[in-house]
Ligand binder design. Structure first.
Ligand SMILES: CC(C)(COP(=O)(O)OP(=O)(O)OC[C@H]1O[C@@H](n2cnc3c(N)ncnc32)[C@H](O)[C@@H]1OP(=O)(O)O)[C@@H](O)C(=O)NCCC(=O)NCCS
Length: 198
């Protein structure tokens, strides 16, 4: 029986003749160190969260100039900035660390920052990026990693950090105020020291 007969009669094609939906495009990426060419993508990803969520306490979109200056400062001092790049060249997300505090005795402690493009969330990339960041920081000799996470709206981040062995070390209520609401922070910490084999 030909297609036209189905269309004029039963009008419903049997399953094997129906057009199959296009397969989901593969979620592919490579991890690599960020370069200045990635800063427009990084800025776009970060600014989405600045302007739409309380997961960051910044309220004003960051300019490219500010990102260039931040990138120069971090890379000059050897802090890793890792990006996940798709085969077409788009950045899916990034992870970086910055000094936890400026005073010199804090020099082995870093604070992380990880942001995934909204459409690329929930596909396991956050776990891959944060794992790579932890490993890189361990190789670089940092000893402790801190994550400061908003106490509302950041459930995925809390789950991810807990899964990777970060433990809660403190909470502060109402230290932020964004979109007309108080926001607090939950601080998590992970030791990066290599476990002794003895
Ligand atoms: C937090 C973030 C980095 C996680 O990255 P991701 O790629 O989306 O997360 P993954 O797919 O690797 O998932 C990590 C875990 O979180 C869980 N998760 C995802 N969304 C969740 C949600 N809304 N609530 C609870 N758990 C959630 C996943 O189920 C997964 O656990 P599982 O493997 O046991 O299923 C990402 O969602 C993001 O960029 N969020 C906005 C920015 C942000 O909060 N950054 C952190 C600032 S401290």
């Amino acid at each position: 029986m030909v297609l036209e007969e189905y269309m004029s009669g039963r009008r419903v094609l049997p399953p094997h003749l129906r057009k199959q939906p296009d397969p989901e495009p593969e979620f592919e990426y490579v991890l690599r160190d960020a370069t200045t060419a990635d800063l427009p993508d990084i800025r776009e990803i970060y600014n989405y969260y600045v302007l739409n969520t309380v997961v960051t306490f910044d309220e004003k979109a960051m300019s490219l100039r500010e990102w260039r200056s931040k990138f120069a400062h971090l890379t000059k001092h050897g802090f890793p900035i890792i990006v996940a790049q798709s085969p077409s060249g788009q950045i899916h997300g990034y992870a970086l660390v910055a000094p936890w505090r400026q005073k010199s005795a804090f020099r082995f402690t870093v604070e992380n920052s990880i942001y995934i493009r909204p459409v690329s969330r929930g596909k396991g990339l956050g776990r891959v990026l944060l794992t790579a960041l932890v490993e890189r920081c361990r190789e670089n000799g940092y000893r402790e990693m801190i994550a400061v996470i908003a106490d509302s709206g950041a459930e995925a981040s809390l789950k991810l950090h807990a899964d990777l062995g970060f433990t809660e070390v403190g909470r502060m209520g109402r230290v932020g105020f964004k979109f007309g609401h108080d926001v607090g922070t939950i601080t998590l910490q992970k030791s990066l020291k290599k476990k002794s084999t003895h």
